[in-house]
Design a protein around this ligand. Structure first.
Ligand code: ATP
Length: 212
């Protein structure tokens, strides 16, 4: 993310892709303005938070008018669409990993999974979703330096040693889909997504906070 000109809080930065996707849809449907209430309804973020987020990048909505869709679109494009592609590797071509290889991240982001690694001989040497699968032993040799992000979809017990190797190889960000809590040096960014926990949490909220 290009935050050179504008320093925005991390929590705001995390919501930008969400806003961006919605604004893109609005723009393609020919809408010229949007109110924070409409945005709030669509992206499920309260409108006070939206107004505060937008104020960080100078989008000051006018009362009774809302926000200019073109302005927002230009801002998001500049901020989120890096000029060059971000190259991503995926480690662990199991059920989840395979789904990601088939999923076209390029549609909405400038990110591309360029190679995958596994230890299962039946997968090595194959191409899944157009992405070649190599043996994990070849990571040091095969992975080019421009691969800066890794998706981890391996069994939890092997997540930490693999993360260590990725960091050693120069990876700057890891999206960890394993339930393992991985330790990385301070300068490496790691995001944890535990789908089982997310699902459990959704069920919990449905049960304890049912909407009227
Ligand atoms: P599958 O049905 O293919 O086993 P899964 O998602 O249920 O998928 P997992 O046991 O979670 O299976 O393993 C995910 C993937 O990680 C598998 O393809 C497995 O071969 C791979 N894997 C296991 N250990 C390692 C390792 N040390 N390094 C890289 N990949 C590994």
């Amino acid at each position: 993310m290009n935050n050179e000109q504008i320093k925005i809080p991390q929590a705001t930065a995390k919501r930008l892709p969400l806003y961006y996707r919605f604004i893109q849809n609005l723009h393609s449907s020919g809408k010229q303005r949007v109110s924070s209430a409409e945005l709030s309804e669509a992206v499920k973020v309260d409108s006070a938070t939206i107004r505060r987020d937008f104020s960080y990048f100078g989008a000051l909505g006018k009362k009774g008018y809302g926000y200019n869709v073109q302005y927002l679109l230009t801002f998001f494009r500049k901020t989120l669409d890096q000029d060059e592609l971000t190259y991503v590797t995926l480690i662990g071509v199991g059920n989840l990993g395979t789904a990601f290889l088939h999923y076209n991240f390029m549609k909405n982001n400038n990110t591309k999974i360029v190679m995958a690694f596994d230890v299962d001989e039946s997968k090595i040497g194959s191409e899944i979703g157009g992405v070649p699968v190599y043996h994990l032993d070849d990571i040091e040799e095969q992975m080019p330096e421009n691969v800066t992000v890794a998706i981890l979809t391996v069994p939890a017990p092997v997540a930490q040693p693999i993360a260590d190797r990725l960091v050693e190889k120069g990876v700057k960000g890891i999206l960890n889909f394993t339930p393992a809590r991985i330790n990385v040096p301070e300068e490496i960014r790691i995001h944890h997504i535990d789908l089982a926990v997310e699902l459990q949490s959704l069920v919990y909220f449905l049960k304890h906070y049912p909407s009227e």
